[in-house]
Ligand binder design. Structure first.
Ligand code: IPM
Ligand code: MN
Length: 359
């Protein structure tokens, strides 16, 4: 029985994760798989209950699970806390603890949603990009870090962007490996014209490509140019490899190509386990109103079925159910357009469950 730790977190994380659990139970029944779901507090709600965004006990449970399914964390209530105990720190802690160094963020434009993007349909139709973001290194974790008071009364804030050869090698291998199974094109993102650490990044990625993946076409873009090309010619991208911070930024941009952040799933995999989380945040402004889009979470569950549980068939059924519901014209508010049928979070979930049963 696959053991899944469920951490719905805060805000809309709770609503969308509930939908995912319904979908997983349904697809599980069909395939005669029972999941062992255990739910725990994570993020702001864990701070309220225990004073920390994630307890050691939950971290331990995460490590002994087959997969962790996350919702979202954070909200205005916890925004003024010290950095060390903010909800987002829980996210960084669990990523680090599970050594989940590779964050896979696919951005696919469904043809039913070609007009939901803020870009023209002809630019985005057919876009199918996989962003591979390094997740446990770089400026998110580098030291020294912090804010210090100077004797002249000023403050000084410091963060450090640091990568070692082996950290770059393992994420590069992951990205090349994924590209090899797709359209065999990898674009590595850096700022090698100005940062030494990025020069090392470029040099290392180039070497791994030459030595181990000569069949994959590699090119390099500076991050500023990449941000532009991504909205100019998104279809020309296959796999994008980026460090932690650039990957964070570019994956939101890639998300918008698809019409809404509410559509984007992600998987964070490594040696110690795997974490599945929608790319979107906790959206406190719409939380509890039953209007959030659960599709990112549902597609995230599909990634979990595929990458952690080897249930490719079940994953495909979930993805196809989502596609069918969209083709039938059902839309949550974030992707709604004239002439479409507007539904809430729970109803969207029910429709997807119905389709899963039919497939
Ligand atoms: C993401 C989020 C997180 C990140 C935040 C909430 C810490 O933006 O998963 O993309 O920056 O990694
Ligand atoms: Mn982000």
């Amino acid at each position: 029985m696959p053991k899944i730790l469920v951490l719905p977190g805060d805000g809309i994380g709770v609503e969308v994760t509930n939908v995912s659990l319904d979908v997983l139970k349904t697809v599980g029944e069909k395939h005669k798989i029972q999941f062992d779901f255990e739910t725990a507090l994570f993020g702001g709600c864990s701070i309220d209950a225990y004073g920390v965004p994630i307890t050691d006990e939950v971290l331990k449970k995460a490590k002994s699970s087959d997969a962790v399914l996350l919702g979202a964390v954070g909200g205005p209530k916890w925004d003024n806390l010290k950095y060390g105990i903010r909800p987002e720190r829980g996210l960084l802690a669990i990523r680090k603890e599970l050594d989940a160094f590779a964050n896979l963020r696919p951005a696919i434009v469904y043809s039913a949603l070609g007009d939901a993007s803020s870009l023209k349909r002809e630019i985005v139709e057919g876009v199918d990009i996989m962003v591979v973001r390094e997740l446990t290194g770089g400026i998110y974790f580098g030291t020294p870090r912090g804010i210090e008071h100077l004797s002249n009364g000023e403050e000084k804030g410091v963060n450090t962007l640091v990568y070692t050869t082996s950290e770059i090698e393992r994420i590069a291998r992951m990205a090349f490996g994924i590209a090899r199974k797709r359209r065999k094109r990898l674009t590595s993102i850096d700022k090698a014209n100005i940062l030494e650490v990025m020069e090392l990044w470029r040099r290392t990625v180039t070497r791994i490509g030459k030595e181990e993946f000569p069949d994959v076409e590699l090119d390099h873009l500076y991050v500023d140019n990449a941000a532009m090309q991504l909205i100019r010619r998104p279809k020309s991208f296959d796999v994008i490899l980026a460090d932690n911070m650039f990957g964070d930024i570019l994956s939101d941009e890639a998300a918008q190509l698809t019409g809404s952040l509410g559509m984007l799933p992600s998987a964070s995999i490594g040696h110690g386990g795997a974490i599945y989380e929608p790319v979107h945040g906790s959206a406190p402004d719409i939380a509890g109103k039953d209007i959030a889009n659960p599709i990112a979470s549902v597609l995230t569950s599909a990634m979990m079925l595929k990458y952690s549980l080897n249930l490719d068939q079940a994953a495909e059924e979930v993805e196809n159910a989502v596609k069918t519901v969209l083709e039938k014209g059902y839309r949550t508010a974030d992707i709604h357009q004239e002439g479409m049928k507007r539904v809430g979070c729970r109803e969207m979930g029910r429709l997807i469950v119905e389709e899963v049963k039919k497939l």
